[in-house]
Design a protein around this ligand. Sequence first.
Ligand SMILES: *[C@@H]1O[C@H](CO)[C@@H](O)[C@H](O)[C@H]1NC(C)=O
Ligand SMILES: *[C@@H]1O[C@H](CO)[C@@H](O)[C@H](O)[C@H]1NC(C)=O
Ligand SMILES: *[C@@H]1O[C@H](CO)[C@@H](O)[C@H](O)[C@H]1NC(C)=O
Ligand SMILES: *[C@@H]1O[C@H](CO)[C@@H](O)[C@H](O)[C@H]1NC(C)=O
Ligand SMILES: *[C@@H]1O[C@H](CO)[C@@H](O)[C@H](O)[C@H]1NC(C)=O
Ligand SMILES: *[C@@H]1O[C@H](CO)[C@@H](O)[C@H](O)[C@H]1NC(C)=O
Ligand SMILES: *[C@@H]1O[C@H](CO)[C@@H](O)[C@H](O)[C@H]1NC(C)=O
Ligand SMILES: *[C@@H]1O[C@H](CO)[C@@H](O)[C@H](O)[C@H]1NC(C)=O
Length: 618
Amino acid sequence: MRYTILGITGLIAAVEAQEIFHTTKGHSARSQCTQATSSPSYYFQPFSYTLNETVRYATSMPSPTTTKTYAPAYTDAVKHFTSLSTTTWGNWLPGQTVISATDTDDPFGQAAWSSMWQAADLQNYTTTGMYSTTVSPTPIPTSELVLPPSDYFGPNDCYNFPDDFVFGVAGSAAQIEGAIALEGRSPSLLEKLVADSRPKDYVTNENYYLYKQDIQRLAAMGVEYYSFTIPWSRILPFVHPGTPVNQQAIDHYDDLINTILDAGMQPVVTMLHFDSPLMFVASDNITKHPDIGYNNAGYQNETFVDAFVNYGKVLLTHFADRVPIWVTFNEPLLYAFNFQGVDNVVHAHSQVYKFYHNELKAKGKLGIKFNDNFGVPKDPKNSSHVDAANRFNEMQLGFFGNPIFRGEQYPKSILDTMPGAKRLNDSELEYMNGTSDFFGIDPYTATVVSPADEGIQACSKNTAESNSLFPYCVKQETENIYGWNIGYRSESYVYITPTYFREYLLYLWNTFRHPVFVSEFGFPVYGEADKDLPDQLFDSPRSVYYLSFMSEILKSIYEDGVHVMGALAWSFVDNWEFGDYSAQFGIQVVNRTTQQRHYKKSFFDLVDFVKTRQDRKD
Ligand SMILES: *[C@@H]1O[C@H](CO)[C@@H](O)[C@H](O)[C@H]1NC(C)=O
Ligand SMILES: *[C@@H]1O[C@H](CO)[C@@H](O)[C@H](O)[C@H]1NC(C)=O
Ligand SMILES: *[C@@H]1O[C@H](CO)[C@@H](O)[C@H](O)[C@H]1NC(C)=O
Ligand SMILES: *[C@@H]1O[C@H](CO)[C@@H](O)[C@H](O)[C@H]1NC(C)=O
Ligand SMILES: *[C@@H]1O[C@H](CO)[C@@H](O)[C@H](O)[C@H]1NC(C)=O
Ligand SMILES: *[C@@H]1O[C@H](CO)[C@@H](O)[C@H](O)[C@H]1NC(C)=O
Ligand SMILES: *[C@@H]1O[C@H](CO)[C@@H](O)[C@H](O)[C@H]1NC(C)=O
Ligand SMILES: *[C@@H]1O[C@H](CO)[C@@H](O)[C@H](O)[C@H]1NC(C)=O
């Protein structure tokens, strides 16, 4: 189905709903079949085996020839931002219970640092992995780079990616790094997220020590952009402005960025990816989000804005010279789901943007990325379903997007519904308007939306305690109006919904009027973790997901006029999914006994799809 966007208010009205199954979903029209025939002629011929395997190898990224500079180097950048003292702290080791440091008078000393870990009181804490120092990379054997057999049905298009299209892969620190209490990192909320016996983030893929090898593996596959995240509590263990910077963390991410550049790739850096410093949350107040199940991450804390802006400036002064693309917040809605949390994010983000462009005069891109499984009306012909979908998308995206991208007030649905909501004043709106260079979206899937049974109006007068659908006040389902799932199901909430994805891109571009950056998308194949390794590697459903979404991006660009800036596959490797490893989003498998990585078929298919649709002069 196709919606017409009416103006920039995000209002959509359904038209052409009749065409649902014929135009966008179907291969039903055999348009390529010009001469169908039903009169075969049978014959004999000599038989021989002719289906030889053809060998093709992934093409690695070429060595860099030039280094682009996007901002002043540290020595100049730091003039815009004084008071950066640095120090180093040690490790908090498993079994450690006593603080032996004697510098108890120093508010930022070893004793103060250790006491944060002691107070965090980690259960079954371990650092036991294979590594305790940075591992030197080894070249990837060409035998690992042979392309897999193609799937029978493949994309059927005639478009190339624009020259400046950002193609890459993504991961996040707490999900892959391990070494959570080593080299000066202080506790984040994620160490406390999983209170039961499910896996913690303590060790995971040991990427803190294996990053050189992981980067080498990406470059060998021909990946152009590697998107990673920096943990705030590594850089600033004491979190707040005026507290010392962790020299070991600066050195680590400095080397990580240089390793990416040396491999011929480009870094994308996210400042905060759920690993909010634990100190923002009073220890007895790690409450579950009623809807999403994640925690209150303290974004609403009265000290949050100044602290985040300071942290953002520390990162930018050190690294902005070499990083072309920055993201301030990852999916802030999941961790800031109350009015004050979002209000803080909007303020903090815009201040970091102003520092980047107005003070550093940096020339790269800086933006923010959101979660929102696209809400589509269950019955597109029913205006109350269309209203429900609009409300759902607006409350998740317009909450941030109105001020940041349009200089406009928080949506009426937010002001009318969210407890404690207050309007931004005119000077705030003017300040915030246009403070993101792209609209980052993690559009994994779609969700089928209709109004709450008692109606949106009645529901929105309720509070979180009395109605589980509050505050959106819409029902979310996975079936369409005819009772079919909206797509092929994964291990988790993701369904393969490429045509809704294209419609989503159209919605975002026309609503927020900024280049759309698909900052994460991916598919955890159902039951993959239970399969034998060769069967995990032959992950055709994931290839279908990626190639169909990439095809729809091309159509969106060339047939809908949508500026899609790029796309980052989530994730470059299977990782810790906030308590388990069974939802495998990776395009590589990890054996966590040996820390060996294996490329999946979809990784080759995705890169091959992009490379065969590039027509670069350089
Ligand atoms: C496979 O190899 C045979 C013998 O070298 C050759 O005659 C045949 O053309 C090859 N088939 C394909 C599909 O390349
Ligand atoms: C810690 O380990 C013990 C023994 O293996 C286990 O019973 C317990 O559930 C674990 N606790 C947590 C919080 O992981
Ligand atoms: C806010 O954060 C500070 C530390 O930055 C902490 O001392 C305080 O308890 C937090 N406030 C709440 C309400 O959690
Ligand atoms: C706990 O979190 C709730 C929700 O953010 C907040 O209203 C309350 O003040 C917090 N309580 C403490 C003791 O920090
Ligand atoms: C439209 O949807 C509402 C809410 O689900 C429902 O009550 C109403 O009957 C629907 N109208 C039509 C014409 O289907
Ligand atoms: C926001 O900035 C854009 C671009 O400068 C401008 O066109 C628009 O009018 C501004 N919005 C408001 C509400 O002032
Ligand atoms: C707008 O709000 C800011 C606080 O964010 C305040 O400092 C400023 O004085 C307000 N401006 C007006 C005109 O009310
Ligand atoms: C990990 O690798 C080891 C050594 O090759 C092997 O014995 C083990 O079965 C592998 N584990 C998994 C889950 O594949």
